[in-house]
Design a binder for this molecule. Structure first.
Ligand SMILES: Cc1ncc(C[n+]2csc(CCOP(=O)(O)OP(=O)(O)O)c2C)c(N)n1
Ligand SMILES: [Mg+2]
Length: 890
């Protein structure tokens, strides 16, 4: 601007306009001035077609001007002292841990840069959850965990011994987990955030879920907010930004992101050649968020207000982040020369400041007044979520040990000199001679610092973070919902997906738990035949339905409602799992036993959003993940990308997840009934994965016998016993999911054509059997000489004669995982390899009835019970091409 004002007239004209604007500002305030500017711009466009270029960003300065700042409500000096204590103990924790055990890790510089952001929040904003109503939910940045532990230590919530055992949970008396993990510290942490990107999107869906609970009348508003403290590097994760428009669309003014823009990530600068704050501002503004930039501290106020022509702000906007980082580590002289030296007018502005003063000019994110003003504005903003972009220095206060340096993220060892500098800078009363092992420091309970911080937390309802389960167990669900499914369908063909949907719709009608059910679908309801639910319980929409649906005159129209129950998330498995997690942890976080059922294409579950499922496990999420159209051979037409032959293999990896691959209607009923009981009546920290398929088949009734239910739940039971007991050739066949029907066909062929009497077993859960087998092995190893425990598989097959053949619609490794506990060798058929879109891929994957027959005969031949020529003939008779390529690698 300044450069283009080439003649004096223009300069004068500009001055007059600015003076006029100043007058309007002083008389009418910022709102009036803003309206006037908008009118001016409109007028220019209408009258003369003046089109201002689109700018998504505002100048590189604070969004809240100094004169708009509210007064700071606390004692700045006292809060500075408390913050210093938190800083010191956080640093000491990491340094000590690495002294005791080199390489144990931990982070100093993340919290060092964010301390003011946290402390202002703790002292003035974050409302704790109370018995009478929950308030703020806070997603703490994972790597800042030492700061949270340190504060909890000063608050008297964590003893020194535990601090000592940071990252060493296995020590006597326990320790502190490296990062926020509700699994490891269930009374402390609520949200695991350290896998970057999972925190921000979860916070968005949490804020939306709170509105869902309120709109459905399950919860009265407590005015609580969701806060997410995030790293600027973290914003590069697609999950971080991928759902921000949901937050603005839903007008989530109960959501606040605080992005600590220390300009650095692990290896180096986040945007060395650009400016992360400006980039994020553009993104969030474009998405409709309220953006508050906190760039410069109070030290800059007078310089900026005296910058009448905007040359300083313009210059500051030209400097790259990489260069700013250089200023953090350089002298004041360098700063003066490099930033201000470009223009004599700029040099003039800082003439009155010494190099020393210049180098100590604070950034916005380190200035409590600026941070407080931003938080206050964020909490008062209506109609949109807020993001605060706060500029800080990574490793603030570490000086030579790492302040602003590229290595700072991983700095965990400070020598005595460095400790001394830090100690002195923050005024911690530890004498030089004690510094060598970085002792913790906590003033007495009645010291002014501790009293102050306790009083602040008392005013705000208590401590944070804290996790507390406040819901009461639900009453057992009526048996009658499930009994219908025990009978079978009398030959009528239904898919297990249809069975599941029918059961879900019955549960939704239950007077007790119906309202607690949260069906979650990523744009796949019609695929699963769930559209009847649209009408039955409605699709949640915070604004109701503002249009006349195109299918209004049909019975099952697309009904959106403010109290709609279905979370129809659109095509976002990541978003859907966040809703699942929010609903599945509401028993703890909201004291409400919502029961989520998240139904999705099984291929897009573990494979696509596995890390969220891991986080869900960590958070003790309850609920049912339901993988639809599951299995590799039953999904006609979809082919390679959709055909899932490994979700059950991946499910093995999640410790507190129960995974079932049911074949029949009654199995589904038994599993879901038990699941609701275990999770919501008995309050176990487990959750479920269930696969359902879309092949319509006649559902049999549940076989008689009291051990059937037990078998279904434990993972294995005998579904059909051969009637040909006199036969010498015997086999035990294991099936699950839709492959069960191929197994049943094979049983018939074996009996009729080859004289082999085969029993058929339904394996509902290889995972449960695998875990039980390992559990027994482990116990036996640790208890030599005692009566060994017998795995459930071994017990069940104790008296079962003949060869053993399993067929699964998943990879062979799944049945093979329990082979070691079977009485004889197991032949496993499965679906290793890439899918195909043909409808008969059972043949391609060699898991259909004829391959099960051949596998059984082969096993019998190996046992020398049948001759090789029977086998050779069988290959021909069954129509199997022996030269066919191996599906596992084609
Ligand atoms: C998904 C994921 N990828 C990588 C990491 C490893 N990691 C931990 S911290 C970090 C850098 C963090 O930078 P930033 O988000 O800017 O946070 P800061 O420490 O600077 O506040 C990285 C790469 C991780 N925790 N999660
Ligand atoms: Mg960073």
């Amino acid at each position: 601007m300044a450069e283009t004002q080439t003649n004096g007239v223009e300069v004068l004209e500009t001055r007059e306009w600015l003076d006029s604007l100043d007058y309007v500002l002083s008389q009418g305030g910022p709102d009036r001035a803003g309206r006037l500017l908008q009118q001016l711009s409109l007028h220019a466009r209408r009258a003369a077609g003046v089109n201002l270029p689109f700018t998504a960003t505002t100048p590189y300065q604070n969004t809240i001007a100094a004169q708009q700042q509210p007064p700071f409500p606390g004692s700045q000096e006292m809060e500075r002292r408390i913050k210093s204590l938190v800083r010191w103990n956080a640093l000491a924790m990491v340094v000590r841990a690495n002294k005791i055990e080199s390489g144990i890790g931990g982070h100093i510089s993340t919290f060092a840069s964010a301390a003011t952001l946290y402390e202002v929040a703790f002292n003035h904003f974050l409302q704790a959850q109370t018995e009478s109503g929950d308030r703020d939910m806070v997603y703490f940045q994972g790597h800042a965990a030492p700061g949270m532990y340190s504060r909890a230590y000063l608050e008297g919530r964590i003893p020194k011994e535990k601090l000592q055992n940071f990252r060493r949970e296995l020590r006597q008396g326990g320790g502190l987990s490296s990062y926020p993990h509700p699994w490891l510290m269930p009374d402390f942490w609520q949200f695991p955030t350290v896998s970057m990107g999972l925190g921000p999107i979860q916070a968005i869906y949490q804020a939306r879920f709170i509105r869902y609970l309120e709109n459905r009348g399950l919860k009265t508003s407590t005015g609580g907010r969701v806060w997410a403290f995030l790293g600027d590097g973290e914003m590069d994760e697609p999950e971080s930004l991928g759902s921000i428009t949901l937050a603005s669309r839903e007008r989530l003014d109960n959501l606040i992101f605080v992005v600590n823009c220390n300009l650095q990530r692990l290896d180096g600068p986040v945007r060395g050649n650009g400016k992360i704050i400006q980039e994020l501002e553009a993104i969030f503004r474009g998405a409709g968020w309220n953006v508050i930039k906190v760039v410069w501290g109070s030290d800059w106020d007078s310089l900026i207000s005296n910058d009448r022509d905007g040359i300083l702000v313009k210059r500051m906007g030209e400097i790259t982040d990489g260069q700013y980082q250089k200023y953090f580590v350089e002298s004041g002289a360098y700063f003066r020369h490099n930033l201000f030296g470009s223009d004599p007018r700029l040099l003039n502005m800082v003439e009155h400041l010494s190099d020393e003063q210049l180098s100590r000019m604070r950034l916005g994110g380190h200035d409590p007044i600026k941070v407080h003003a931003a938080y206050k504005a964020a909490t008062e903003h209506k109609g949109a979520p807020t993001v605060i972009l706060a500029k800080t220095i990574k490793g603030y206060g570490l000086g030579e040990a790492g302040e602003g340096k590229n290595i700072t993220h991983q700095q965990k060892k400070l020598n005595e000199d460095e400790l001394r500098v830090f100690r002195s800078r923050f005024g911690i009363p530890i004498p030089d001679e004690d510094l060598h092992d970085a002792p913790f420091y906590r003033p007495a309970d009645d010291s002014p610092e501790i009293l102050y911080m306790q009083e602040r937390r008392k005013q705000l309802g208590g401590y944070l973070p804290e996790r507390k389960v406040r819901s009461k167990p639900i009453a057992p669900v009526a048996e009658s919902h499930f009994e219908e499914f025990h009978k079978g369908t009398d030959g009528r063909e239904v898919s297990t997906t249809m069975v599941f949907v029918r059961l879900l719709s019955k549960l939704l009608r239950d007077p007790e738990i119906g309202k607690l059910i949260v069906p979650i679908i990523p744009d796949e309801a019609r695929t699963f035949g769930m559209e009847a639910l649209f009408r039955q319980v409605g699709i949640y929409s915070s604004v109701g339905q503002l249009y006349e649906p195109v299918d209004m005159d049909t019975l099952l129209y697309y009904k959106e409602a403010k109290d709609g129950q279905i979370l129809e998330e659109g095509i976002t498995e990541a978003g859907s799992i966040c809703s699942f997690i929010a609903a599945g942890t509401a028993y703890a976080n909201h004291g409400i036993n919502t029961i989520p059922f998240f139904i999705y294409y099984s291929m897009f579950g573990f494979q696509r959003i596995g890390d969220f499922i891991w986080a869900a496990a960590d958070m003790r999420t309850r609920g049912f993940l339901v993988g639809g159209t599951a299995g590799r051979t039953t999904l006609a037409g979809e082919g390679l990308q959709h055909q899932d032959g490994h979700s059950h293999v991946l499910a093995l990896s999640v410790p507190n997840l129960l995974a079932y691959d049911p074949a029949f209607a009654y199995e589904i009923a038994v599993i879901i009934q038990d699941g609701i009981k275990r999770m919501y009546v008995d309050q176990e920290s487990i959750f479920y994965y269930l696969t359902v398929t879309n092949e319509p088949l006649a559902m049999p009734g549940m076989p008689a016998g009291k051990d059937v239910k037990e078998g279904i739940l434990k993972g294995l039971y005998r579904f059909r016993t051969s009637t040909k007991k006199e036969s010498k050739l015997r086999a035990q066949l294991f099936g699950s999911g839709t492959i069960m029907y191929e197994v049943l066909k094979a049983q018939q062929i074996l009996e009729e054509k080859y004289g082999v009497a085969a029993d058929v077993w339904s394996v509902t859960s290889y995972k449960s059997l695998y875990r039980d087998g390992n559990d027994c092995e482990r116990w036996n190893m640790l208890h030599p000489g005692e009566t060994p425990r017998v795995p459930f598989v071994s017990q069940s097959l104790k008296d079962a004669p003949g060869v053993l053949v399993a067929a699964s619609d998943y990879m062979k490794v799944l049945p093979e995982s329990i082979a070691q506990w079977m009485p004889r060798p197991l032949v496993a058929l499965g679906t290793d390899g890439f899918g195909r879109s043909e409808s008969r891929v059972g043949d391609f994957f060699e898991v259909d009835a004829k391959h099960i027959v051949l596998a059984t005969l082969t096993a019998l031949a190996r046992e020398k019970q049948i001759k090789i020529d029977v086998l050779q003939k069988a290959v021909k008779d069954l129509g199997i091409n022996p030269e066919k390529a191996n599906p596992a690698n084609t």
